[in-house]
Design a protein around this ligand. Structure first.
Ligand code: PBG
Length: 325
């Protein structure tokens, strides 16, 4: 036998010499759920190990993440039900929870990059990412753009570094880019949720924020999970509209989409390893059916192998701790 591929796997030294992809804390973004109050920490039942944190504890958590090498966080506010309205005005309240969380974290830890979500669902009494036509139930595209732009501006004024439009309205990236530039926020990045699918894997996130749609589903704006060419079309639009980074979401069931985007675009690609993917691993670990640490590192490395430059993941802190050891 002339050819023995096992020679390149014989020990850890040769394996690390020939390793094709690398994972480090620098590639990770940690999503954090924010609530009102001080010293408040409310566990998310369907996401063992994840909590809703008051702003003071968000700052503490962010400092720990930063020291571990995770230098970007994505903030998701859990807004009280009585502030939710059909037109989601709370989304751009300069004194609201989201804006306060951004500015207080920015003041406490200026070197940490902060990503703000742009979509109406945490603020909408309908639980939808866009404005709902009260007569027909339709999610109104162009009427929603104005609210999204207001939300993006509110976040930018509070000091956000990256805007993450997760709403899936047509034309939102250029609309938001224009609004940001008109107000002098030309340095604020846009990481677009370009290929965001209508997915059952978002369940635990909607528990955390109590943001599930009151009626219907999100299939008229989030993508059909049967489609991949459509992801390329959406990504091409976002690139043309000025997005700085293209995201695929969810992650694990869509590694093929990550790969396709990486092959077809030169912009950086992000993958969102979503709440349901986290819940699946943790549930199996709790039952003693999977080994936590090994599964986390294998999972996150698979995103890198598929072509993701950046990974948003609830495993960020644990992974960084493992990688630092
Ligand atoms: C809101 C938003 C969602 C997620 C991120 N931003 C939920 C949704 O679209 O219904 C999901 C994240 C996760 O499941 O971890 N537009």
């Amino acid at each position: 036998m002339l050819i023995r591929p096992r020679r390149n796997r014989a020990n850890e030294v040769i394996r690390s010499l020939v390793r094709e992809t690398h994972l480090s804390a620098n590639h990770l973004i940690a999503p954090l759920f924010v609530i009102e109050g001080t010293n408040q920490k409310v566990p998310v039942a369907s996401m063992p190990g994840q909590n809703r944190l008051s702003i003071d504890l968000v700052i503490k958590e962010a400092k720990e993440l930063y020291d571990l090498g995770v230098r970007t966080v994505a903030l998701f506010p859990a807004v009280s039900e009585n502030l939710k309205t059909p037109h989601a005005q709370e989304a751009y309240n300069p004194d609201g929870l989201n804006a306060r969380a951004i500015s207080e974290l920015k003041n406490a830890l200026p070197e940490m990059m902060i990503m703000g979500d742009v979509a109406l669902d945490p603020y909408s009494s309908e639980g939808h990412d866009g404005i709902v036509d009260p007569k027909t139930g339709e999610i109104l595209n162009d009427e929603t753009l104005e609210v999204l732009a207001n939300q993006a501006l509110c976040e930018a004024r509070a000091g956000v570094d990256i805007i993450g439009p997760s709403d899936r309205m047509d034309g939102r990236v250029s609309y938001i880019r224009q609004a940001l530039d008109d107000e002098g926020f030309s340095k604020t990045l846009i990481m677009s949720y370009s290929a965001k699918y209508a997915s059952a894997y978002y369940g635990p996130f909607r528990d955390a924020l109590d943001s599930a749609p009151k009626k219907g589903d999100k299939k008229t704006y989030q993508m059909d999970y049967a489609n991949a060419n459509e992801a390329l079309r959406e990504a091409a639009l976002d690139e043309a509209e000025g997005a700085d980074i293209l995201m695929v979401k969810p992650g694990l069931p869509y590694l093929d989409v990550i790969y396709r985007l990486k092959q077809n675009f030169t912009l950086p690609i992000a993958a969102y390893n979503v709440s349901g993917e986290y819940a699946m691993v943790k549930a199996a670990v709790e039952k003693g059916w999977l080994e936590n640490d090994k599964v986390i590192l294998e999972t996150l490395t698979s995103f890198r192998r598929a072509g993701a430059d950046i990974i948003l993941t609830y495993f960020a802190k644990e992974a960084a701790q493992l990688l630092n050891n």
